[in-house]
Design a protein around this ligand. Structure first.
Ligand code: SAH
Ligand code: SF4
Ligand code: F3S
Length: 458
């Protein structure tokens, strides 16, 4: 018996999926998951560094854990993810009871790091891999970690980022852009489909850069749109999603895929960051406001019902009231169905930090954030209301949170749908649902099977 582990994960979907990979690796090494963190012999804090607040979550988590280790010296505590990569050995020096630190490019070393810690060997693995493909060579997924929710799974297609937006820590923490070979991606998806997965989300920091040749690195063998077409050919795959794309890689072929590949979901999360070309330039986003609007127009021509969501940063250094108004006007013009918005947070050793750029006062940024979120709330609710009366296909995730007996799932547009059903369908199945109402965060509905007369499926 090797003992029990617990992984506490923060951050993006890539981090969530990396935690699944880590669980799988520990499983193959003989460890089993703990029912509760307190029962674990090995605890890994899997960190995110995107904003200061995310990094702070590590320190509050670690305090309690290392205190527990004082009473239980055989407890193994490690830190992984983007803060681990950023801080490296500094974490070992700052926390003398911490056993090991490892960055995202080194997650395959986790079982060896745990074994080492049990022999009182402290270690830090934050070197960038000599062989970046090695991190994609992982043991077969144990069913327990195959997908976070029945029927759905994440699949990594590329990692890293070569774009260096001036605010962003990711190129430093995730390293250089590497595309995985299409052969291993498709093999993995075929296996998932054989195990009952109907929806895959292709993951990458700039996922639609997939396949582009980079100096000294293999190309992935086909462009991203080609990969999507091949994934759509896999028997059993009904839904394809991807995250996060960058506007500069929304090429003609990928836009055409929205018209030609029915499995490609009618939802796109396409970060804009700012509606002002001036600010976009300062952020090094490599496109203008007009470029973005044009991409949106072409996408909607390809797939009229496309739901578009985005990420926005407010209070970037130099953002004037006029720049901010342009963000508001762009949000209205595109009519985003939802957005994630954040106040700019200075990150260590990013181009903006190195240039010593000064952000507007925090109160001002918070005020802008509030105004933006108000506009978004209205747009989100309006988008939801337009769907009342529609019949949609929901991938069932499990019990709903609003009322007992209610079920929860997601529609193709990626909205959460809470719905009632006289004969509850199992998690992981697709269920036709009539949308009856919209709330700020979800749609409400009723299983189409319960409807008095069959309505046509929209
Ligand atoms: N690779 C993705 C973004 C990943 S980070 C892309 O290029 O779009 C997710 C989001 O966090 C970003 O879209 C951005 O809106 C936000 N973000 C990143 N760095 C930030 C920072 N320093 N301060 C505030 N928000 C930030
Ligand atoms: Fe960060 Fe920009 Fe790369 Fe996205 S594209 S991960 S925001 S540097
Ligand atoms: Fe955070 Fe790293 Fe993801 S910084 S958002 S966990 S790539």
């Amino acid at each position: 018996m090797q003992g029990r582990f617990h992984i506490r994960t923060f951050g993006c979907q890539m981090n969530q999926h990396d935690a699944e990979k880590m669980s799988n690796l520990l499983h193959h090494a003989g460890y089993r998951p703990a029912q509760a963190p307190r029962e674990a012999d090995v605890v890994v804090v899997h960190t995110c560094s995107i904003r200061e607040k995310a990094e702070h979550k590590l320190y509050s988590e670690l305090g309690g854990l290392l205190e527990r280790k004082q009473q239980r010296p055989d407890l193994v505590v490690g830190v992984g993810g983007c803060v681990a990569q950023q801080e490296g050995e500094r974490l070992l020096r700052r926390f003398p009871r911490l056993d090991f630190v490892f960055g995202p490019q080194n997650l395959t070393h986790l079982p060896a790091l745990v074994d080492g810690a049990r022999q009182r060997h402290r270690a830090s693995r934050t070197d960038y891999d000599d062989d970046p493909q090695a991190r994609f060579e992982l043991p077969e997924r144990h069913p327990e970690y195959a997908s976070p929710t029945p029927g759905r799974a994440f699949v990594t297609v590329m990692e890293g980022c070569d774009l260096f937006c001036s605010y962003c820590v990711v190129p430093r923490t995730r390293g250089r852009e590497v595309s995985r070979s299409s052969r291993t991606i498709l093999e993995e998806i075929r296996e998932l489909a054989a195990g009952g997965v109907v929806e895959v989300t292709l993951l990458g920091q700039t996922v639609n850069a997939y396949g582009r040749p980079r100096p000294g690195r293999i190309s992935g063998e086909m462009p991203f749109a080609g990969l999507i077409e091949r994934v759509a050919e896999v028997d059993g795959i009904e839904r394809i999603r991807f995250t996060s794309p960058h506007p500069i890689f929304m090429d003609e072929a990928l836009i055409r895929a929205y018209a030609e590949v029915p499995q490609l979901c009618p939802h796109l999360h396409l970060p804009i960051q700012s509606g002002s070309t001036r600010v976009l330039r300062a952020m090094n986003r490599r496109h203008t406001r007009e470029d973005y609007l044009q991409i949106v127009a072409r996408l909607r021509q390809a797939r009229s019902e496309l739901a578009i969501t985005t990420d926005i940063i407010v209070g970037f250094p130099g953002e004037t009231p006029r720049d901010f108004e342009q963000t508001l006007s762009l949000v209205r013009e595109v009519g985003f169905c939802d957005s994630f918005s954040f106040v700019y947070s200075e990150r260590p050793e990013t181009p903006a930090q190195r240039r010593g750029l000064r952000a507007p006062p925090r109160e001002l940024a918070l005020e802008r954030l509030q105004r933006l979120q108000e506009v978004q709330r209205e747009l989100t609710l309006a988008a939801g209301r337009r769907r009342v009366g529609e019949r949609t296909l929901v991938l069932v995730e499990g019990a709903g949170q609003r009322r007992p007996g209610q079920l929860r799932g997601r529609c193709p547009h990626n909205r959460v749908v809470n719905f009632e059903s006289l004969r509850p369908p199992p998690a992981g199945s697709l269920c036709a649902v009539d949308v009856t109402a919209a709330t700020p965060h979800s749609l409400l509905g009723r299983s189409a099977e319960d409807a008095p007369a069959a309505l046509p499926l929209l």
